[in-house]
Structure formats: structure tokens, C-alpha cells
Design a protein around this ligand. Structure first.
Ligand SMILES: [Zn+2]
Length: 433
């Protein structure tokens, strides 16, 4: 026998072995699926579905179902190797199958969608236990939501959860103030990933594309990965995530930096300087360093004439000592827009802008702000991007709610589909005990 002949035989027998294993696996699956319901009917089991309540250990929970303490100890001891009940959390769910004599037949404990533990009664107070293999499908979906009162209301009315609304709001946070902008009748479209177990949502994956269709303007965002990092871009390839500009002035020089132990020239004592001062000339334009909305415009003590702009993600920027403020509270501001004129009002020794950045009201050093800015896509990258989003744009424009890549295989098709399933498994996350 030559080498190629041996190789052919090896391949043939390997394939035969794989086919036989698959058929055996399928047969076991079918017989298990057929047996389970029959068992339940024959034994007349009582099924109790429950959730662990606040401050109640599994022991008390099961006692509440009139299970004897000996049996509960038997159960928890058997499961101990797999799951530490001290880590059990409120809202963990369980399924209790009781025999007609109210003893446990089977107990299933779900610590998370991925962690499901099963205990099956073998002899009196003894259980065989295992961790269930969990199959999670990743699907993609498109959905259109109509806004009546708020973004959250619209997403909930469409049968989705707050976390999807959060992701959506985050993507557009630099362009849309979701407290002010939305109007009844506005439309929201999202193309997103979902992780499902037996058709039930486990969690959301990435938002791949999104649109906000307002009365005057449509905002679009599509996820693009250039091989290094991912970001959202509009239809023209401009990034949605905008960064702060370095300075609130076109020209200026730093006259005082952020310093928590500065000796104050007017007060003549140590007083933290919570921002950066930019010296300039009277009535030079003061420019907003980022898009946002004016949360304050007026006189405030030592700040003199002050403008405060609220930005996404809890950021606020302060522009103090202005000779004149040019904006009013509530006004939407673009990055670079002139909001005031340089002055020396309040506690000030000369014309300058006191520029302060706060995150959730805590002053931070403006120079520590991330200045890595995303550039608009150009050239090859732009054409790749535009080609890539064509299908997504068409899907969103179709206004149809759709779900893709969903595995809708029926039990009696299991044999026929067994090969197909092997391939579709690539798309699944497999978690085995
Ligand atoms: Zn200052």
C-alpha cells in the first residue's frame, strides 16, 4: 500500500466515524427529548418555577415549598461541587419538580443565563448533578420605534429594554440632547445584535446602525471598524464622537494652570485654581470647546460673567470673567461657536478666560482631557465604509422589523439538519460544563 492510499483510507474512516458519531448523538438527543415529557406525565410531577427572593437563602426558599430539611441538605450538598450557594443572588431562578409525595424529583438552578445547574434524584436524599450545556444564539435585528414622550418610552413600547435606549442615546450624545430635542412623532431606527437563549433575550450586543429621524433633521450612525478600532460615523463618514477642543479661544496663552494649591493674587492666600486661564485681549471671541447646551449664562460671584455649557457624559465647561455673554440658558451650542467676549469681570486682574472643565461637578484638569480626535473617513476607507453600510441603510429604510440568522429548527428535522447545525454552531457561543 502506498502513502496516498493509506491517506485516503484514513480520511474515509475518519469521515465514517464522524457520521456515525453524529447519528448516535442525534439519536440520543431525540430519545432524550421524547422521554422527558413522557416522564413528567407518567409521574404526575408538580412543577414550581420560582425566583430567589431578597435576603432569603435557598434553604429557606425550599422550606417554603414544604421540602424537608434533610432533603434540602442532600440537594445542596450534591450541588456543592458545582455551585456555591453562598454566591446565590436575589432573582436567581429555579425550577422544582416534585413527586406526588412532595419529595424532590429534579431541581434546576439558574445562577445566570450561562450557569444552569441540574440535580436529579437518584436514591433517597442523593442526587446526580451536572451543569447544563447552554446554547446561545447571536442574532441581528432591525426595529423601528415611534416616539411619543421620550426615548425610553419609545424603546419600551417597541418591546425592548432600557439598555438598548442607553446605547442609542450614547451614540448620538454629541449631537442630540435627549432631554430637549425629541418631539412626539420622531422616529428611531436601530440595527442591533441580540444574544438569545431559546428565543429569549439574554443581552444586547453592538448597535451596528442607528437613525434618529426628527422633524428637521435625520441623524445617522453606523459602526465602522478600520482594523484597529471601532467608531460610529454618519452617512458622509464623519465621526459622531467628538472631542473637546484644547482652548476656548482661537489665540491665547496660558497665564495660569489648573493647580489645587495656588496662591491667589487677589485673596493673598492658598486657594485652588480649578481651571486654566487663557490671557487674551478685551472682547476677543470666547468659543465653546464642545457641542452641548447652555446650563448657565449670567453673573456668578468671582467668576463675573460666566457661561456654563453642559456636554454629554456628565461633562460641563465653564467660561468666566467675560465682558459680555452672548448666549442664553437652554441654547444649543456647536463646537467652536462664539458664546461670549473676553473681559475681566469678577475676581480678575486682566482680560482672560477662566476655563474650567467639570465631570459630574468635580473640577478636572482640562489638559488631562482626551485629545485623541477621530478624523473623518477619506479615500479608500471612505469608499469601504460607504459600501459596507449600503445594506444596512437599505434595511433601515425598508421600515421593517426583522431578525436574521435565527435558528428555527424543529425537533423532527433534527436528523436532516444535523450537518447544517454543525456549521451553524460556528455562530453560537458554546458553554459546556
Ligand atoms: Zn482662573
Amino acid at each position: 500500500m502506498n502513502n496516498s492510499h493509506t491517506a485516503k483510507l484514513t480520511i474515509f474512516f475518519s469521515l465514517l466515524l464522524i457520521v456515525l458519531s453524529l447519528l448516535l448523538y442525534t439519536k440520543i438527543q431525540l430519545s432524550q427529548k421524547n422521554r422527558k415529557p413522557a416522564n413528567h406525565v407518567a409521574l404526575n410531577l408538580t412543577i414550581i418555577n420560582g425566583e430567589l427572593s431578597d435576603k432569603k437563602a435557598i434553604y429557606d426558599e425550599l422550606l417554603g415549598h414544604k421540602i424537608s430539611s434533610t432533603e434540602i441538605y442532600g440537594l445542596t450538598n450534591s450541588l456543592d461541587k458545582l455551585f456555591d450557594f453562598r454566591t446565590a443572588k436575589p432573582k436567581d431562578s429555579y425550577k422544582l419538580c416534585l413527586n406526588p409525595d412532595k419529595s424532590i424529583n429534579k431541581f434546576i438552578y439558574q445562577a445566570s443565563p450561562y450557569d444552569v445547574y441540574v440535580a436529579v434524584k437518584t436514591t433517597e436524599n442523593a442526587f446526580s448533578t451536572y451543569k447544563e450545556a447552554v446554547y446561545i444564539n447571536k442574532v441581528q435585528a432591525t426595529k423601528t420605534f415611534t416616539l411619543k414622550s421620550s426615548l425610553y418610552q419609545a424603546i419600551a413600547a417597541g418591546g425592548e429594554r432600557d439598555s438598548l435606549a442607553n446605547s442609542f442615546a450614547d451614540i448620538f450624545s454629541w449631537d442630540i440632547d435627549f432631554f430637549l430635542y425629541p418631539q412626539p412623532g420622531d422616529t428611531i431606527k436601530i440595527y442591533y445584535e441580540k444574544y438569545e437563549k431559546a428565543g429569549e433575550l439574554i443581552k444586547y450586543g453592538k448597535v451596528l446602525g442607528a437613525q434618529y429621524i426628527g422633524k428637521e433633521k435625520t441623524f445617522s450612525a453606523f459602526l465602522y471598524n478600520n482594523g484597529k478600532n471601532e467608531a460610529y460615523y454618519d452617512l458622509e463618514g464623519n465621526p459622531l464622537r467628538k472631542m473637546f477642543r484644547k482652548m476656548p479661544l482661537e489665540f491665547g496663552r496660558i497665564s495660569s494652570t489648573f493647580n489645587l494649591k495656588r496662591f491667589h493674587p487677589i485673596l493673598r492666600r492658598i486657594r485652588p485654581h480649578l481651571g486654566t486661564d487663557y490671557a487674551s485681549y478685551y472682547n476677543a471671541p470666547v468659543q465653546a470647546t464642545g457641542t452641548g447646551s447652555v446650563s448657565f449664562s449670567g453673573w456668578l460671584g468671582g467668576y463675573g460673567n460666566l457661561v456654563i455649557i453642559r456636554h454629554p457624559n456628565g461633562y460641563e465647561t465653564y467660561y468666566g470673567h467675560n465682558s459680555k455673554n452672548l448666549v442664553r440658558t437652554g441654547q444649543q451650542i456647536d463646537q467652536g461657536q462664539t458664546i461670549a467676549l473676553v473681559g475681566s469681570t469678577g475676581q480678575s486682574t486682566g482680560p482672560h478666560v477662566h476655563y474650567e472643565v467639570r465631570c459630574r461637578n468635580i473640577p478636572i484638569n482640562p489638559s488631562s482631557l482626551k485629545t485623541i480626535s477621530l478624523h473623518s473617513l477619506t479615500g479608500n476607507e471612505l469608499s469601504n465604509y460607504k459600501q459596507g453600510i449600503e445594506k444596512q441603510v437599505a434595511l433601515l429604510n425598508s421600515n421593517k422589523d426583522m431578525v436574521f440568522a435565527k435558528n428555527t429548527q424543529k425537533e423532527n428535522n433534527l436528523v436532516k439538519n444535523v450537518f447544517k447545525n454543525i456549521f451553524s454552531m460556528v455562530n453560537k457561543i458554546f458553554i459546556f460544563a
